[in-house]
Ligand binder design. Structure first.
Ligand code: HEM
Ligand code: SF4
Length: 640
């Protein structure tokens, strides 16, 4: 069936462009998938074992010097395998569209953690992936096979491709949702994976799907964000679709996305076609060749939107939709097919009652589903790190309580859905037994942090270690003020912002300063970000504090807020907005300064480290490409 694009109901500008849509253009972008691996029932993405064999062979050739290192690096990244700060060690990223995973997949991740990851743990990322660090390149193909047999792939988890697709973890169960976006997200993910049109984009491309205007998946800071909407058509029928936003991002240029399409229908795949047109325009750099590809640090689609504006970009998308490729029908039934989530059988009551802390955990970590009698439970995963035995136990718990399914979220936690109300006390006790029964999900102490200097080449500070320490300190502070507890703390080890500190109430960005020849690990403090709910404003930088005083700085910020807010109901973000972030500069002044090495040795060591701190930054592989990076690696510091 030919798709008729929903242009007439867009802005007047789009109506003017209709002629271009109808006038066919050809010769451009006629490429199709050449080899589509079979999609096994129940899997979200197709796994291609021949592709893994190819990876193994090329890795072997690279080892003996038979591969061009730059070409191999790009190929390796497109298969989800990153270099680390430590030579010969890889970070492997496993793609999880909508963060969804099964108990069998959890068992496969346990095997990876046990046999192949030097840290014997996995890490949930802020984009709902799983990552494993310290994997030997020679083992990478085997890791791909282990997860592949369980239906997971690392393909296009990195490099200049369509990265993992994040979604609201409550899709299908949220009382307020417009509709369940899971099958539509899945169709988009399947359509883009291995698609020749997006194998070497100017830069990576991150997509999110939200189920309602609350926009929990964060379309405003994604390259492409979908927000579920309903409309009534001319015949009075309800039609489901998406508002589409393009060009958001954080990092060194936080930018709010622009709405480029008010409503793209789901059922006939219009939203996928519009997205494909967006990608084709991006790939052509908006017909300004070299605009993006000349500097990979300024190559995200947001820079194109910034340059030409949303209206001109939209016109190009409309023009693109007039080409022949756009008329090819999509098999939406096949693309949206998914195994249903079915609750576990009821578990007989063990008669042990509620464990200590149950009521608080139930209050902060459990939310009712729209399906009566069922609940979604957030398993608080400190800093998103899961050990081998926890993987295995979680797989067992998922089978017992949540129908063998779970979803990761952007706060680096795990959501168990379809839990029966009567099972909640037993589930809590089982989670406590494996060290994952903490309350406070999504609240002050539930700190988010990127991997940082313990593995990442670009890091300045050990944000992962700082994350654990901040978490401990915030728990010790023991705030029981509900508005204070709603403040989010997110930490990134450098300005790239993988820990999403731009979106936090209190964000910490790794930095340093010099005292003589010595270097002090520091954090730039950002205040007033509003998380995922329809961001209007990113957090603003206030000042720089010593890393080892960051917890004291957070405490001071919260004290200022408590003492000066206009009423107990004024939220932290509203307060920062009212008084302005600079209001905090003076109260934080004392946390900037440190004594000499003899007086204050702790200040010269990063969190979790006992050696003197030094800034060592290498070339970032996340921005690897055909032209050299413009980013400058800081020179190694000479210590006395
Ligand atoms: C090998 C380790 C990593 C390196 C070298 C790296 C590098 C980068 C770079 C260069 C950027 C900025 C890109 C740009 O805006 O042009 C970035 C952004 C980002 N990365 Fe990573 N990254 C790494 C790991 C991670 C991890 C572990 C996560 C998730 C926890 C992550 C998630 C993100 C997010 C959410 C952003 C910023 C948001 C946005 O896309 O605008 N990255 N990363
Ligand atoms: S924010 Fe910086 S330190 Fe953290 S993972 Fe990203 S690039 Fe590495």
């Amino acid at each position: 069936m030919k798709i008729v694009y929903n242009i007439s109901q867009q802005s007047p500008l789009w109506r003017r462009s209709t002629a271009m849509v109808n006038g066919k253009q050809s010769g451009d972008g006629q490429k199709k998938h050449d080899r589509v691996p079979e999609l096994k029932p129940g899997y979200v993405l197709a796994v291609d074992f021949a592709e893994i064999d190819e990876f193994e062979e090329r890795a072997r050739r690279f080892r003996i010097g038979d591969e061009d290192p730059t070409e191999f690096q790009l190929f390796r990244l497109s298969r989800g395998t990153y270099g680390q700060r430590q030579e010969n060690n890889q970070m492997m990223r496993i793609k999880l569209p909508f963060g969804g995973l099964t108990a069998d997949q959890m068992d496969a991740l346990a095997e990876v953690s046990e046999k192949y990851s030097g840290l014997h743990r996995g890490h949930i990322t802020t984009r709902e992936n799983f990552q494993f660090h310290f994997v030997n390149l020679d083992d990478s193909a085997e890791v791909m096979r282990v997860v592949g047999r369980a239906g997971l792939t690392t393909r296009e988890a990195c490099a200049h491709t369509v990265r993992n697709i994040t979604g609201c973890p409550y899709a299908g169960i949220a009382p307020e949702e417009v509709f369940d976006t899971t099958p539509w997200l899945t169709a988009y993910a399947r359509h883009m994976l291995r698609n020749p049109i997006c194998q070497r984009l100017p830069r990576k491309f991150k997509t999110s799907f939200s189920n309602c205007p609350n926009d929990c998946a964060g379309s405003n800071f994604h390259d492409l964000g979908f927000i579920a909407k309903k409309q009534v058509d001319a015949n009075g029928n309800e039609v489901i679709g998406f508002e589409m936003r393009v060009g958001g991002g954080t990092s060194t240029m936080p930018r709010k996305a622009d709405t480029i399409w008010e409503f793209a229908r789901c059922e006939d795949g219009e939203y996928i076609k519009v997205a494909e047109a967006v990608l084709r325009v991006f790939d052509r750099e908006g017909d300004l060749p070299g605009l993006l590809r000349k500097n990979l640090n300024k190559a995200r689609i947001k820079f194109l939107l910034q340059k030409i504006g949303a209206d001109a970009f939209r016109e190009k998308v409309v023009e693109e939709l007039g080409k022949e490729w756009a008329d090819e029908p999509l098999d939406m039934e096949k693309l949206t097919q998914l195994a249903p989530e079915v609750p576990s059988d009821p578990v007989p009551d063990d008669g042990l009652g509620k464990a200590p802390g149950y009521e608080r955990w139930r209050w902060t970590n459990v939310t009712p589903q729209k399906q009566a009698g069922f609940f979604a439970v957030t398993v608080t995963i400190p800093i998103g790190n899961i050990s081998t035995s926890q993987f295995r136990e979680l797989a067992r718990i998922m089978r017992k309580y949540s129908g063998g399914h779970a979803r990761t979220n952007q706060n680096q936690n795990l959501i168990l859905r379809w839990v029966r109300e009567e099972s909640l006390p037993m589930l809590h006790r089982e989670l406590l037994a494996i060290g994952l029964g903490d309350a406070e999900a999504g609240l002050l102490a539930d700190v988010v942090a990127c991997p940082g200097a313990d593995s990442c080449k670009l890091a300045i500070t050990s944000s992962n270690q700082a994350g654990y320490s901040m978490r401990e300190e915030l728990i010790k502070f023991g705030y029981d003020d509900p508005e204070v507890n709603k403040v989010s703390v997110k930490i990134s080890g450098c300005p790239n912002g993988c820990g999403q500190h731009h979106l936090a109430g209190i964000g910490l960005q790794g930095s340093s300063y010099k005292v003589g020849k010595l270097e002090v690990p520091c954090y730039d403090v950002f205040l007033g970000g509003v998380g995922y709910a329809g961001i209007e404003k990113f957090a603003t930088r206030v000042t720089r504090v010593a890393a080892k005083k960051a917890h004291l700085a957070i405490d001071r910020i919260l004290q200022v807020y408590q003492a000066e807010r206009s009423s107990p109901a004024e939220s932290f973000v509203e307060f920062v907005e009212r008084v302005g972030p600079k209001h905090f500069e003076a109260p934080l002044e004392e946390f900037k300064w440190v004594g000499s090495l003899a007086e204050d040795p702790e200040m010269y060591m990063d969190w979790g480290h006992t050696d003197l701190f030094e800034v060592i930054r290498g070339e970032g592989e996340c921005a690897a490409g055909e032209v050299p990076l413009v980013r400058t690696a800081a020179a190694p510091v000479e210590l006395p």
